[in-house]
Design a protein around this ligand. Structure first.
Ligand SMILES: *Cc1c(COP(=O)(O)O)cnc(C)c1O
Length: 360
Protein backbone atom coordinates (compact mmCIF):
# COMPACT_ATOMS: atom_id res chain seq x y z
CA UNK A 1 0.00 0.00 0.00
CA UNK A 2 1.18 3.46 -0.83
CA UNK A 3 -0.41 6.79 -1.70
CA UNK A 4 0.50 10.44 -2.02
CA UNK A 5 -1.50 12.33 0.58
CA UNK A 6 -2.60 15.93 0.22
CA UNK A 7 -4.16 17.46 3.32
CA UNK A 8 -6.89 19.80 2.13
CA UNK A 9 -6.62 21.89 5.27
CA UNK A 10 -2.94 22.54 4.59
CA UNK A 11 -3.69 23.81 1.09
CA UNK A 12 -6.52 25.96 2.48
CA UNK A 13 -4.19 27.31 5.17
CA UNK A 14 -1.66 28.31 2.50
CA UNK A 15 -4.32 29.96 0.36
CA UNK A 16 -5.56 31.92 3.36
CA UNK A 17 -2.02 33.00 4.21
CA UNK A 18 -1.41 34.15 0.64
CA UNK A 19 -4.76 35.95 0.36
CA UNK A 20 -3.96 37.87 3.55
CA UNK A 21 -0.53 38.79 2.31
CA UNK A 22 -1.75 39.80 -1.16
CA UNK A 23 -4.36 42.17 0.25
CA UNK A 24 -6.06 43.90 -2.65
CA UNK A 25 -3.86 42.34 -5.34
CA UNK A 26 -5.74 39.40 -6.87
CA UNK A 27 -4.13 35.98 -6.87
CA UNK A 28 -3.86 33.99 -10.07
CA UNK A 29 -3.60 30.38 -8.95
CA UNK A 30 -1.09 28.78 -11.32
CA UNK A 31 -2.17 25.18 -11.96
CA UNK A 32 0.14 24.30 -14.82
CA UNK A 33 1.78 20.88 -14.95
CA UNK A 34 -1.58 19.36 -13.96
CA UNK A 35 -1.74 21.51 -10.84
CA UNK A 36 1.97 20.94 -10.03
CA UNK A 37 1.33 17.23 -10.22
CA UNK A 38 -1.60 17.13 -7.81
CA UNK A 39 -4.45 17.40 -10.31
CA UNK A 40 -6.12 20.52 -11.67
CA UNK A 41 -9.64 19.63 -10.52
CA UNK A 42 -9.03 19.13 -6.78
CA UNK A 43 -6.63 22.08 -6.60
CA UNK A 44 -9.06 24.39 -8.43
CA UNK A 45 -11.83 23.26 -6.12
CA UNK A 46 -9.83 24.30 -3.05
CA UNK A 47 -8.99 27.66 -4.63
CA UNK A 48 -12.66 28.26 -5.46
CA UNK A 49 -13.56 27.41 -1.85
CA UNK A 50 -11.37 30.32 -0.79
CA UNK A 51 -12.89 32.63 -3.37
CA UNK A 52 -9.96 32.55 -5.78
CA UNK A 53 -11.43 32.72 -9.27
CA UNK A 54 -8.40 33.54 -11.34
CA UNK A 55 -6.27 30.75 -12.71
CA UNK A 56 -3.26 30.34 -14.99
CA UNK A 57 -2.41 27.21 -16.97
CA UNK A 58 -0.34 26.24 -19.99
CA UNK A 59 -2.68 23.66 -21.54
CA UNK A 60 -6.23 24.06 -22.80
CA UNK A 61 -7.12 20.68 -21.28
CA UNK A 62 -6.28 22.19 -17.89
CA UNK A 63 -8.41 25.23 -18.70
CA UNK A 64 -11.32 22.98 -19.70
CA UNK A 65 -11.25 21.26 -16.31
CA UNK A 66 -11.46 24.60 -14.51
CA UNK A 67 -14.14 25.92 -16.85
CA UNK A 68 -16.26 22.90 -15.99
CA UNK A 69 -16.05 23.86 -12.30
CA UNK A 70 -16.65 27.58 -12.72
CA UNK A 71 -18.36 29.14 -15.72
CA UNK A 72 -17.10 32.61 -14.87
CA UNK A 73 -13.56 32.04 -13.64
CA UNK A 74 -10.82 34.00 -15.38
CA UNK A 75 -8.35 31.59 -16.89
CA UNK A 76 -5.10 32.82 -18.37
CA UNK A 77 -3.18 30.61 -20.78
CA UNK A 78 0.49 31.37 -20.07
CA UNK A 79 1.62 29.89 -23.37
CA UNK A 80 0.96 31.84 -26.55
CA UNK A 81 -0.97 29.70 -29.05
CA UNK A 82 -0.98 30.11 -32.82
CA UNK A 83 -2.66 26.97 -34.24
CA UNK A 84 -6.10 28.02 -35.53
CA UNK A 85 -7.78 24.94 -34.04
CA UNK A 86 -6.22 25.65 -30.65
CA UNK A 87 -7.19 29.31 -30.82
CA UNK A 88 -10.76 28.35 -31.63
CA UNK A 89 -10.82 26.07 -28.59
CA UNK A 90 -9.29 28.83 -26.46
CA UNK A 91 -12.07 31.20 -27.46
CA UNK A 92 -14.75 28.58 -26.92
CA UNK A 93 -13.42 28.03 -23.42
CA UNK A 94 -13.31 31.79 -22.86
CA UNK A 95 -9.64 31.66 -21.89
CA UNK A 96 -7.44 34.75 -21.80
CA UNK A 97 -4.68 34.45 -24.39
CA UNK A 98 -1.05 35.45 -23.97
CA UNK A 99 0.31 37.51 -26.83
CA UNK A 100 4.07 37.84 -26.94
CA UNK A 101 4.69 38.49 -30.61
CA UNK A 102 2.99 40.20 -33.54
CA UNK A 103 2.31 36.79 -35.11
CA UNK A 104 0.45 35.62 -32.00
CA UNK A 105 -1.79 38.67 -32.23
CA UNK A 106 -2.40 38.26 -35.97
CA UNK A 107 -3.33 34.58 -35.65
CA UNK A 108 -5.67 35.18 -32.71
CA UNK A 109 -7.23 38.27 -34.25
CA UNK A 110 -8.09 36.38 -37.41
CA UNK A 111 -9.67 33.40 -35.61
CA UNK A 112 -11.63 35.78 -33.35
CA UNK A 113 -12.86 37.65 -36.44
CA UNK A 114 -14.01 34.39 -38.04
CA UNK A 115 -15.90 33.56 -34.86
CA UNK A 116 -17.31 37.06 -34.72
CA UNK A 117 -16.00 37.61 -31.22
CA UNK A 118 -13.37 39.56 -29.32
CA UNK A 119 -10.51 37.73 -27.64
CA UNK A 120 -9.32 38.83 -24.22
CA UNK A 121 -5.54 39.14 -24.17
CA UNK A 122 -2.67 39.71 -21.79
CA UNK A 123 0.51 41.02 -23.40
CA UNK A 124 3.73 39.30 -22.35
CA UNK A 125 7.00 41.17 -22.01
CA UNK A 126 10.25 39.20 -22.01
CA UNK A 127 12.52 40.96 -19.52
CA UNK A 128 15.07 38.15 -19.41
CA UNK A 129 13.37 34.79 -19.38
CA UNK A 130 14.03 34.43 -23.09
CA UNK A 131 10.68 32.91 -23.96
CA UNK A 132 7.24 34.15 -24.89
CA UNK A 133 7.25 37.90 -25.00
CA UNK A 134 8.10 41.17 -26.66
CA UNK A 135 11.50 42.55 -25.83
CA UNK A 136 11.36 45.67 -23.68
CA UNK A 137 12.52 47.85 -26.58
CA UNK A 138 9.77 46.61 -28.89
CA UNK A 139 7.30 49.17 -27.60
CA UNK A 140 6.00 50.01 -31.08
CA UNK A 141 5.04 46.40 -31.64
CA UNK A 142 3.41 46.30 -28.21
CA UNK A 143 1.42 49.47 -28.89
CA UNK A 144 0.23 47.95 -32.17
CA UNK A 145 -1.41 45.11 -30.22
CA UNK A 146 -3.47 47.64 -28.28
CA UNK A 147 -4.24 49.82 -31.28
CA UNK A 148 -4.71 47.84 -34.44
CA UNK A 149 -6.49 44.59 -33.66
CA UNK A 150 -10.26 44.97 -33.73
CA UNK A 151 -10.83 41.51 -32.36
CA UNK A 152 -8.41 41.70 -29.45
CA UNK A 153 -9.16 43.35 -26.12
CA UNK A 154 -6.05 43.73 -24.00
CA UNK A 155 -6.93 43.51 -20.31
CA UNK A 156 -3.49 42.89 -18.87
CA UNK A 157 0.27 42.87 -19.34
CA UNK A 158 2.87 40.80 -17.55
CA UNK A 159 6.42 39.57 -17.32
CA UNK A 160 8.07 36.62 -15.60
CA UNK A 161 11.12 36.61 -13.30
CA UNK A 162 14.04 34.25 -13.84
CA UNK A 163 15.87 34.53 -10.51
CA UNK A 164 13.23 35.42 -7.95
CA UNK A 165 14.81 32.91 -5.52
CA UNK A 166 18.27 34.45 -5.99
CA UNK A 167 19.93 37.85 -5.78
CA UNK A 168 17.49 40.71 -5.56
CA UNK A 169 19.32 42.80 -8.17
CA UNK A 170 18.31 40.41 -10.97
CA UNK A 171 14.62 40.77 -10.18
CA UNK A 172 14.96 44.51 -9.61
CA UNK A 173 16.45 44.84 -13.10
CA UNK A 174 13.51 42.95 -14.60
CA UNK A 175 11.03 45.12 -12.71
CA UNK A 176 12.80 48.19 -14.06
CA UNK A 177 12.59 46.91 -17.64
CA UNK A 178 8.92 46.06 -17.19
CA UNK A 179 8.24 49.56 -15.87
CA UNK A 180 10.00 51.10 -18.86
CA UNK A 181 7.47 49.33 -21.10
CA UNK A 182 4.54 50.39 -18.91
CA UNK A 183 5.77 53.98 -19.00
CA UNK A 184 5.95 53.88 -22.80
CA UNK A 185 2.38 52.57 -22.98
CA UNK A 186 1.14 55.26 -20.59
CA UNK A 187 3.17 57.83 -22.54
CA UNK A 188 1.27 56.89 -25.68
CA UNK A 189 -1.98 57.60 -23.86
CA UNK A 190 -2.99 53.96 -23.73
CA UNK A 191 -4.51 52.11 -20.78
CA UNK A 192 -2.25 49.08 -20.26
CA UNK A 193 -4.69 46.85 -18.37
CA UNK A 194 -3.75 44.98 -15.21
CA UNK A 195 0.00 44.71 -14.70
CA UNK A 196 1.45 41.65 -12.98
CA UNK A 197 4.91 40.22 -12.57
CA UNK A 198 5.37 38.26 -9.32
CA UNK A 199 5.66 34.50 -9.05
CA UNK A 200 5.80 32.83 -5.62
CA UNK A 201 9.34 33.70 -4.56
CA UNK A 202 9.14 37.26 -5.83
CA UNK A 203 5.85 37.82 -4.03
CA UNK A 204 7.04 36.32 -0.74
CA UNK A 205 10.34 38.18 -0.78
CA UNK A 206 9.37 41.47 -2.43
CA UNK A 207 5.64 41.99 -1.83
CA UNK A 208 6.08 45.64 -2.79
CA UNK A 209 6.17 44.45 -6.42
CA UNK A 210 2.79 42.73 -6.28
CA UNK A 211 1.32 45.38 -8.63
CA UNK A 212 -2.19 44.43 -9.78
CA UNK A 213 -1.95 40.70 -9.38
CA UNK A 214 0.37 37.86 -8.40
CA UNK A 215 0.75 34.49 -10.10
CA UNK A 216 1.32 31.84 -7.48
CA UNK A 217 2.04 28.16 -7.95
CA UNK A 218 4.66 26.67 -5.64
CA UNK A 219 3.58 28.91 -2.74
CA UNK A 220 0.16 27.24 -2.73
CA UNK A 221 2.01 23.96 -2.20
CA UNK A 222 4.15 25.58 0.48
CA UNK A 223 7.23 24.44 -1.38
CA UNK A 224 9.37 27.53 -1.41
CA UNK A 225 12.93 28.28 -0.39
CA UNK A 226 12.13 31.26 1.82
CA UNK A 227 10.86 31.42 5.38
CA UNK A 228 7.15 32.06 5.57
CA UNK A 229 4.01 30.90 7.31
CA UNK A 230 3.32 28.44 4.51
CA UNK A 231 3.14 24.71 5.16
CA UNK A 232 4.47 22.01 2.91
CA UNK A 233 1.78 20.15 0.98
CA UNK A 234 2.09 16.50 0.01
CA UNK A 235 3.66 13.43 1.59
CA UNK A 236 3.99 9.82 0.50
CA UNK A 237 2.52 7.26 2.88
CA UNK A 238 3.46 3.62 2.52
CA UNK A 239 3.05 0.47 4.57
CA UNK A 240 6.27 -1.18 5.72
CA UNK A 241 6.74 -4.37 3.66
CA UNK A 242 9.27 -6.24 5.75
CA UNK A 243 11.16 -5.89 9.03
CA UNK A 244 14.20 -8.05 9.79
CA UNK A 245 17.62 -8.18 11.43
CA UNK A 246 20.72 -8.16 9.27
CA UNK A 247 23.89 -9.65 10.79
CA UNK A 248 27.19 -7.78 11.07
CA UNK A 249 28.91 -7.56 7.68
CA UNK A 250 25.69 -7.91 5.68
CA UNK A 251 24.95 -5.33 2.98
CA UNK A 252 21.89 -3.66 1.44
CA UNK A 253 20.92 -2.52 -2.03
CA UNK A 254 22.67 -2.26 -5.39
CA UNK A 255 26.37 -1.69 -5.15
CA UNK A 256 26.24 -2.96 -1.56
CA UNK A 257 26.76 0.67 -0.57
CA UNK A 258 25.99 0.00 3.09
CA UNK A 259 27.47 -2.71 5.27
CA UNK A 260 26.25 -3.51 8.78
CA UNK A 261 28.84 -2.67 11.46
CA UNK A 262 26.64 -4.38 14.02
CA UNK A 263 23.42 -6.41 13.90
CA UNK A 264 20.86 -4.00 12.50
CA UNK A 265 17.10 -4.08 12.34
CA UNK A 266 15.95 -2.85 8.94
CA UNK A 267 12.60 -2.05 7.34
CA UNK A 268 11.82 -2.31 3.64
CA UNK A 269 9.51 0.37 2.21
CA UNK A 270 7.92 -0.20 -1.22
CA UNK A 271 8.89 3.26 -2.48
CA UNK A 272 11.93 4.04 -4.61
CA UNK A 273 13.33 6.51 -7.09
CA UNK A 274 10.73 5.41 -9.64
CA UNK A 275 8.14 7.02 -7.38
CA UNK A 276 10.12 10.25 -7.15
CA UNK A 277 12.02 9.61 -3.90
CA UNK A 278 15.38 11.45 -3.96
CA UNK A 279 15.28 12.19 -7.68
CA UNK A 280 16.92 15.53 -8.00
CA UNK A 281 16.52 17.72 -10.98
CA UNK A 282 18.32 20.85 -12.06
CA UNK A 283 21.55 19.26 -13.24
CA UNK A 284 21.05 20.70 -16.69
CA UNK A 285 23.48 23.58 -16.60
CA UNK A 286 27.23 23.39 -16.52
CA UNK A 287 28.17 26.98 -15.93
CA UNK A 288 31.20 27.10 -13.67
CA UNK A 289 29.46 28.65 -10.69
CA UNK A 290 26.54 26.21 -10.88
CA UNK A 291 28.91 23.24 -10.95
CA UNK A 292 30.76 24.74 -7.99
CA UNK A 293 27.52 25.16 -6.09
CA UNK A 294 26.58 21.51 -6.75
CA UNK A 295 30.03 20.45 -5.61
CA UNK A 296 29.81 22.49 -2.41
CA UNK A 297 26.38 21.01 -1.77
CA UNK A 298 27.80 17.52 -2.14
CA UNK A 299 30.71 18.36 0.17
CA UNK A 300 28.34 19.75 2.77
CA UNK A 301 26.24 16.60 2.63
CA UNK A 302 29.40 14.55 3.09
CA UNK A 303 30.83 16.59 5.97
CA UNK A 304 27.55 16.92 7.84
CA UNK A 305 26.57 13.36 6.93
CA UNK A 306 23.27 14.61 5.67
CA UNK A 307 21.16 11.53 5.25
CA UNK A 308 17.91 10.63 3.63
CA UNK A 309 15.21 9.50 5.99
CA UNK A 310 12.03 7.53 6.11
CA UNK A 311 9.68 8.50 8.91
CA UNK A 312 8.17 5.71 10.95
CA UNK A 313 6.10 6.25 14.09
CA UNK A 314 7.29 9.85 14.25
CA UNK A 315 10.97 8.77 14.20
CA UNK A 316 13.51 9.54 11.49
CA UNK A 317 14.94 6.29 10.17
CA UNK A 318 18.12 6.74 8.09
CA UNK A 319 18.08 5.21 4.61
CA UNK A 320 20.70 2.46 4.27
CA UNK A 321 22.55 2.11 0.98
CA UNK A 322 21.15 3.23 -2.35
CA UNK A 323 17.47 3.89 -2.83
CA UNK A 324 16.23 1.22 -5.22
CA UNK A 325 13.95 1.66 -8.17
CA UNK A 326 10.93 0.47 -6.19
CA UNK A 327 12.27 -0.11 -2.67
CA UNK A 328 14.08 1.65 0.11
CA UNK A 329 15.76 0.06 3.11
CA UNK A 330 16.02 2.01 6.35
CA UNK A 331 17.42 1.50 9.84
CA UNK A 332 14.75 0.78 12.46
CA UNK A 333 17.07 -0.62 15.16
CA UNK A 334 15.76 1.94 17.65
CA UNK A 335 12.17 2.07 16.47
CA UNK A 336 9.17 -0.07 17.26
CA UNK A 337 8.20 -1.25 13.84
CA UNK A 338 6.32 -4.13 12.23
CA UNK A 339 5.19 -4.99 8.70
CA UNK A 340 2.13 -2.95 7.77
CA UNK A 341 3.14 0.02 9.94
CA UNK A 342 2.82 3.39 8.28
CA UNK A 343 5.97 5.01 6.90
CA UNK A 344 6.12 8.46 5.35
CA UNK A 345 8.57 9.55 2.69
CA UNK A 346 9.18 13.07 1.38
CA UNK A 347 8.51 13.27 -2.35
CA UNK A 348 7.96 16.41 -4.38
CA UNK A 349 4.46 16.55 -5.91
CA UNK A 350 5.85 17.32 -9.34
CA UNK A 351 8.05 14.21 -9.16
CA UNK A 352 5.60 11.71 -7.74
CA UNK A 353 4.39 8.84 -9.90
CA UNK A 354 3.21 5.26 -9.61
CA UNK A 355 0.72 5.88 -6.80
CA UNK A 356 -2.69 7.44 -6.23
CA UNK A 357 -2.93 11.04 -5.13
CA UNK A 358 -5.40 11.26 -2.27
CA UNK A 359 -6.97 14.49 -1.03
CA UNK A 360 -8.32 14.18 2.48
C1 LIG B 1 5.06 28.81 -13.37
C2 LIG B 1 4.75 30.23 -13.53
C3 LIG B 1 4.35 31.00 -12.43
C4 LIG B 1 4.28 30.44 -11.03
O1 LIG B 1 5.55 30.15 -10.55
P1 LIG B 1 5.79 29.74 -9.01
O2 LIG B 1 7.19 30.09 -8.76
O3 LIG B 1 5.51 28.29 -8.92
O4 LIG B 1 4.84 30.54 -8.21
C5 LIG B 1 4.04 32.32 -12.65
N1 LIG B 1 4.11 32.86 -13.88
C6 LIG B 1 4.48 32.15 -14.96
C7 LIG B 1 4.55 32.82 -16.28
C8 LIG B 1 4.82 30.83 -14.83
O5 LIG B 1 5.20 30.12 -15.90
Amino acid sequence: MKAYIVEKKTVLHNLEYLLNKAGTAPIWAVLKGNGYGLGVAPMAELCLQKGIRRFAVTELEEAAVIREQDRDAQILCLRPLTEPAELKRLLELDVIATVGATEHAAALNSVAAQMDTVAEVHVKVDTGMGRYGFLPNETEKILDIYRYHDHLAVSGIYTHFHTAFGKEKHTARQVELFHSVLDAIAGAGIESGRCHCCNSHAFLRFPEWKMEGVRLGSAILGRVRVRSGLRKVGICEAAVDEVRWLPTGHTTGYGAAWRAKKPTKIAVIPVGWYHGFTTEYGHDIFRFRDCLRDLLGALKRMVFRKKLYVNIGGKKCPVLGHVGMLHTVCDVSKVKCAPGDKATVEISPVQVRGMDIVFR
